[in-house]
Design a protein. Structure first.
Length: 193
């Protein structure tokens, strides 16, 4: 894609809607966001509605609060080798960002679960999964266990066990997911006592 004023205008026209989606995805109110960024609530509202043009001075604190790269926050066009850039995608109201490129072996994803209550639907499939909560809180149903996990907590399980994970209904969560085929396990080579 060649860069032109029309491409720039189109990208800038979508920034407000993207900012609003990220805020909703993170489960943050305008008042909370204003407090965390030092940007007034009215300025944030005008940014989201497109009445105020985005600037680096406004976007950098938002990218930091949302914990996303600036180019992802504003929807910057791809540059360079497209095989290297891993695209986030939407899956069941979640944002799933692949972190591995090669097929086979252990696959990893960063999953952003919004603070939206969902009806759990337990599933089973071949494999083994590790879930690590980076931020927020998540709900994990694993067989007969109904758990709530917070930052720094991890769960590992055989995916042949009926399972589901999602929002607590009150908190958004960022999760690191590692998934391997049946029998594949993480191997800890070094551990402190």
């Amino acid at each position: 894609m060649e860069f032109s004023p029309a491409v720039a205008a189109a990208a800038l026209g979508e920034v407000g809607a993207r900012l609003k989606r990220w805020r909703q995805l993170r489960g943050v109110t305008l008042a909370d966001l204003a407090e965390r960024t030092g940007i007034s609530k009215s300025t944030l509202s005008r940014l989201e509605t497109g009445q105020r043009r985005a600037s680096l001075e406004l976007l950098l604190p938002l990218a930091q609060v949302y914990r996303v790269p600036l180019d992802e926050l504003v929807g910057a066009p791809d540059v360079g080798d497209p095989r290297i850039r891993l695209k986030p995608r939407r899956v069941n109201d979640r944002t799933v960002i692949p972190l591995t490129r090669q097929p086979g072996g252990i696959q990893s994803w960063k999953i952003i679960v919004p603070a939206v209550p969902q009806q759990p639907e337990l599933k089973t499939h071949e494999g083994y999964e590790w879930l690590y909560v980076l931020s927020g809180r998540m709900r994990l149903i694993l067989g007969e266990h109904d758990l709530e996990l917070g930052p720094g907590e991890v769960a590992e399980f055989d995916t042949r066990t009926p399972h589901w994970f999602g929002s607590t209904g009150e908190h958004a969560a960022e999760i690191l997911s590692l998934f391997g085929k049946q029998g594949e396990r993480l191997h800890v080579r070094a551990a402190t006592r």
